[in-house]
Design a binder for this molecule. Structure first.
Ligand SMILES: NC(=O)c1ccc[n+]([C@@H]2O[C@H](COP(=O)([O-])OP(=O)(O)OC[C@H]3O[C@@H](n4cnc5c(N)ncnc54)[C@H](OP(=O)(O)O)[C@@H]3O)[C@@H](O)[C@H]2O)c1
Length: 288
């Protein structure tokens, strides 16, 4: 099995390299591989002849996308189009990674979660550009591709919310750490995503949009409390809940972007509960 991972040097890409150590993984990242250079990217992919392409490369900084709309669409829409065309030209199965930000986040209640059939209505440039990328995959290569939506990602080396909390929580003399409690979602480890992709690789009959986050819904505040609990004495700082309005950001954050995993559930595959995946990660990344 040969797998090309675009954005392979990024947070998810690095975990994919580790989790697919039994396969031949080709890291397709800058400067050698540029998803914006369609011809060269395609030529290189044809030479590699992979069985699968996992497309992680993207402009991922949500606030930067608001101020640089053109680059966001170039990378997330046009870049994804190029990857889809290249994967199609060599017959490789494509897994294109997308995001909960395609949804508005205006869900009516906390236990609501967005399903694969719900209609995306992105409220940010990042979400709109990633949704445009999804449509490219669906238009160009519907027969052999999966758009895998993930959310609230953390992985070895970061940067991520977990890494930020662990760093800020170490100072027991600092004022209590304020964390928003009015935004909910599914914290998801990069390992969980890698395992879901491995499962989907065993099901070549599956194509289309699939949600692949950890099980369970929590607020950023609840997520932070669990990180504190798992870190024990290494996280002496206290945490207090606050509201989104206290932390204005250029890109509006979704109030509820939790994803329902209807497709994986129908296929009989369950992702790890978020608490379990987090405990595994904290142990590996920061020790017991
Ligand atoms: N992080 C999250 O919370 C989250 C949540 C939901 C979905 N996702 C999605 O998951 C995927 C992976 O996210 P991540 O956090 O692992 O991203 P990341 O750490 O930002 O990695 C993205 C990688 O793509 C590379 N890249 C940028 N432009 C490129 C180009 N033109 N050609 C080739 N490679 C290029 C980046 O290189 P440089 O660093 O040099 O720019 C970087 O190594 C993305 O599609 C993202 O939208 C992430």
């Amino acid at each position: 099995m040969k797998i090309v991972v675009t954005g392979g040097k990024g947070m998810l890409g690095r975990t994919l390299q580790e989790e697919f150590a039994d396969a031949e993984v080709v890291v397709a990242d800058l400067p050698e591989w540029d998803i914006l250079d369609c011809d060269t990217f395609t030529e290189k992919l044809v030479v590699e002849k992979p069985d699968a392409v996992i497309h992680c490369a993207a402009m991922t900084k949500v606030d930067d996308c608001e101020t640089n709309r053109e680059l966001a669409f170039r990378l997330n829409e046009e870049g994804t189009r190029n990857v889809a065309l290249a994967a199609k030209s060599c017959g490789a199965r494509l897994f294109a990674i997308s995001t909960d930000y395609v949804f508005s986040g205006d869900a009516p209640k906390e236990k609501w979660a967005w399903g694969e059939l719900d209609i995306p209505r992105p409220r940010t440039v990042y979400g709109a550009s990633k949704f445009a990328g999804e449509r490219m995959v669906e238009m160009i290569y519907p027969e052999n591709s999966v758009v895998l939506r993930i959310a609230w990602l953390y992985g070895a080396g970061g940067p991520s919310f977990v890494h930020t909390m662990v760093k800020l929580g170490a100072d027991g003399n600092a004022a209590p750490l304020k964390v928003v409690d009015d935004q909910v979602g599914n914290p998801t480890s990069a390992k969980t995503v890698a395992r879901a992709i491995r499962f989907l690789m065993s099901r070549p009959d599956v194509s289309g949009t699939v949600h692949g986050t950890c099980e369970g819904i929590v607020s950023w505040h609840g997520f932070a409390e669990e990180i504190k609990r798992l870190m024990g004495e290494r996280f002496p700082r206290s945490i207090v809940p606050c509201k989104t309005e206290e932390f204005p950001r250029p890109a509006p954050r979704p109030k509820n972007s939790a994803l329902r995993k209807s497709v994986l559930n129908v296929l009989g595959y369950r992702t790890a509960p978020w608490q379990e995946a987090l405990a595994e990660f904290i142990k590996e990344e920061f020790g017991e």
